[in-house]
Design a binder for this molecule. Structure first.
Ligand SMILES: [Zn+2]
Length: 165
């Protein structure tokens, strides 16, 4: 994705109030993000770990989603969980259920969409082999990094549609 500014980011959120947008904390060094390796900018709120955000490019603009981290996918030592965006498998704690409030009337009625996501939201780096899941969690598959990135982007757009749908 192309580099974005704090202003771009704060203007991109579709599922939270102006007050929430004002209060959210950006990642400390986000201006140094490896933009060319990112399908989206994702981070946990440094001041509120139960909150997470992702900002993605869509149709030439930016779409930001606020997420609530509800739980770790599994507590078992040996069990593995898979991120629904990048399909990286992690051992305990590496994947969490995150919910996004839907936009519009559905959101006002309390509807949300849940997805299991990498808890560090570094999906883009996992699919490109720039970051390794602890326990060598990436499934050995025949797709190239570019193909995995394309699949991650497709999964992301589906998720954004569910939030905004
Ligand atoms: Zn992921």
């Amino acid at each position: 994705m192309r580099p974005v500014t704090e202003r771009d980011i704060r203007a991109s959120f579709i599922n939270c109030s102006k007050g929430e947008i004002k209060r959210l904390n950006l990642p400390k060094d986000f201006t140094d993000s490896p933009w060319e390796d990112l399908d989206f900018l994702g981070w946990r709120d440094p001041g509120a770990p139960e909150r997470a955000y992702l900002v993605a490019e869509r149709d030439g603009g930016l779409v930001g989603i606020a997420l609530r981290v509800t739980s770790s996918a599994s507590r078992g030592f040996t069990s593995r969980s898979m991120c629904s965006l990048c399909l990286t498998t992690h051992t305990s704690g590496g994947v969490a259920l995150m919910t996004a409030r839907r936009t519009g009337e559905a959101g006002r009625q309390g509807n949300s969409v849940g997805q299991y996501l990498c808890t560090d939201l570094a999906c883009s780096l996992y699919v490109r082999g720039k970051k390794e899941a602890p326990g060598h969690g990436v499934i050995d598959e025949s797709l190239t990094p570019a193909e995995k990135a394309a699949r991650t982007q497709a999964n992301l757009l589906t998720f954004l549609d569910k939030v905004a749908g």
